[in-house]
Design a protein around this ligand. Structure first.
Ligand SMILES: Nc1ncnc2c1ncn2[C@@H]1O[C@H](COP(=O)(O)OP(=O)(O)OP(=O)(O)O)[C@@H](O)[C@H]1O
Ligand SMILES: [Mg+2]
Length: 508
């Protein structure tokens, strides 16, 4: 018997445009272990796992699985070999039911229709067995992100996975959901399943894994036992230098009110009122943090403020000017910038190139256009300078942005929005899915905007982030604010309770 379940040996993969995503990677995963893959944005994690799952063909290299050489040409081959994968960006079809998604692509259509009752029954049984709380009859687009992810996991288990690959599963989850998922993965490993787990969160690596392999620039830096390492060492392996993991936050005096809204009410896509009369103001040189478990109205709050969906309010002002109706151009002109939580739906146009995405909002302006003509040289120069300033990993700036790694896509949105020296900056989950080096950088940039005079509204489910950046914190629960708290680390626990809807007396 071999002492590993999978051995990927000397894997090479490059893409047109000159990106070498994997450069001679050898990865061994033992049966029944939770093996973390760690590495900066663009290090090659997703590509390596996509090769194992049959989505990409390696340029060279060999895969051994259960003691034999494995030839994989498609995801069907992977599933037939009992390999399952939950992707970084979900792959469910939103308009189909859970059950239809679970069996999608597996059976011929006539068989699926005949067997649907059985499929439902089995999903219910498995959902009970694993405690996944998944309803086979629900339509996927009505599910929360956490639920969708449980469907993806159930789908893999339904097809009998022995090896389960999860690509940044916790990036989109609330802290509670993440905690739950990690416990669940531990359970699965105890039952004998082997798990490869990608994350940027070092605490999760320390908590859940048996071993860790660190990638940098398409190569393996090393594989270590989790019990023999610590977050600092892992960070150093990833980045190749010491990472401080602490922010420099200067004292500032907030100035005049830049943004204010009174009695804002917003409905969600189903017509339910999810923001239920909130009022607040944000001043110059101030970060107002909104803490809360995702799904308590923050998404709709941000979209309504950014003018992307309708909201009702008594008064809204940006830089003294009354805002009466939804007008994106005007908000933009008055100096609003927006880093949305869903980069793929709201922040980027995926079939467009990297350069085009950089000038989505500014291509009509000097220096990118003159007398109605686009100036491609200016656009290219600008893009190159931003790409290098933010260390965005991209082969060719004319490449489709869809081909960038998840974290690098996020960096493009951040780089574009911060560059405009906004008066009012609205940021929702700015560091979701980006690596620790980039997280440090983005947070420092947000503070730099604050110090330069911007008013900043920061929405984040990451309490550590809220406390690190905010000057004041509002806690949101079920569409309302539970109260305001200063960013004193001693109050983290109380904020946690308020996030769960408990009324807490905060003595200031
Ligand atoms: N289909 C593709 N076409 C061109 N380049 C690609 C493609 N897929 C990935 N790449 C490139 O390969 C490199 C590795 O990407 P990969 O998605 O594996 O990174 P990652 O380690 O998963 O990063 P992240 O943490 O940001 O998700 C990146 O530079 C990316 O731009
Ligand atoms: Mg990835």
């Amino acid at each position: 018997m071999e002492d590993y379940l999978v051995r990927m040996e000397n894997i090479y993969k490059s893409f047109p445009g000159g990106v070498q995503a994997n450069r001679g990677i050898t990865l061994e995963v033992r049966p029944g272990e939770i093996h973390c893959l760690l590495g900066e944005n663009g290090a090659g994690k997703t590509v390596l796992m996509s090769i194992l799952y049959g989505l990409y063909k390696p340029d060279s290299g060999t895969i051994y699985y259960k003691g034999k050489k494995l030839d994989i040409h498609s995801t069907k081959d992977a599933i037939a070999n009992r390999i399952g994968m939950v992707h970084q960006h979900f792959m469910l079809v939103p308009t189909l039911t859970v059950a239809e998604n679970v069996v999608l692509g597996q059976y011929p259509a006539w068989k699926v229709i005949n067997d649907m009752d059985k499929v439902h029954e089995r999903i219910r049984a498995m959902s009970d067995e694993f405690g996944l709380d998944v309803d086979p009859a629900k339509i996927v687009q009505d599910l929360s992100v956490g639920e969708q992810q449980r469907v993806e996991i159930l789908k893999a288990l339904y097809h009998g996975a022995d090896l389960l690959i999860l690509d940044e599963p916790t990036a989109v989850l609330t802290p509670q959901e993440s905690e739950h998922l990690l416990k669940f993965l531990r359970d699965l490993a105890n039952r004998g399943l082997t798990i490869i787990f990608i994350t940027h969160k070092l605490e999760e690596v320390m908590q859940v894994s048996d071993r860790v392999t660190v990638l940098r620039d398409g190569k393996v830096v090393g594989t270590v036992n989790t019990s023999d390492t610590n977050p600092r060492e892992l960070a150093r392996m990833m980045v190749g230098r010491e990472v401080l993991m602490e922010l420099k936050k200067a004292q500032t005096e907030p100035g005049k009110v830049i943004f204010l809204v009174r009695n804002l009410r917003v409905k969600d896509a189903r017509g339910l009122e999810v923001v239920r009369g909130v009022s607040f103001e944000v001043r110059e040189r101030e970060v107002l943090g909104i803490a809360g478990v995702s799904g308590n109205g923050q998404t709709e709050l941000a979209l309504a403020l950014a003018g992307l969906i309708e909201g009702e309010f008594d008064e809204m002002r940006l830089d003294g000017q009354l805002i009466t109706k939804r007008d994106l151009q005007r908000l933009h002109r008055l100096g609003m910038a927006h880093i949305p939580e869903d980069r793929q739906k709201m922040g980027l146009i995926l079939p467009f190139s990297v350069a085009e995405n950089f000038v989505l909002k500014t291509y009509r302006d000097e220096p990118f256009a003159r007398r109605g003509f686009l100036r491609f040289d200016a656009i290219r120069d600008y893009t190159r300078s931003q790409v290098s300033k933010f260390s965005i990993r991209v082969g060719d700036i004319e490449e489709e942005i869809a081909h960038l790694s998840g974290g690098n896509q996020q960096k493009v949105v951040v780089a574009r929005e911060l560059d405009r020296q906004p008066r009012f900056l609205l940021v929702n989950q700015p560091t979701r899915g980006i690596d620790i080096g980039a997280t440090e950088f983005v947070r420092q940039q947000i503070l730099a905007e604050r110090d330069a005079g911007a008013a900043i509204l920061l929405i984040s489910a990451d309490l550590e982030e809220i406390f690190a950046l905010s000057d004041r914190i509002l806690v949101m629960f079920e569409g309302r604010f539970m109260g305001e708290v200063p960013p004193d680390p001693a109050l983290i626990e109380q904020v946690g309770l308020m996030m769960a809807g408990k009324t807490v007396q905060v003595s200031d």
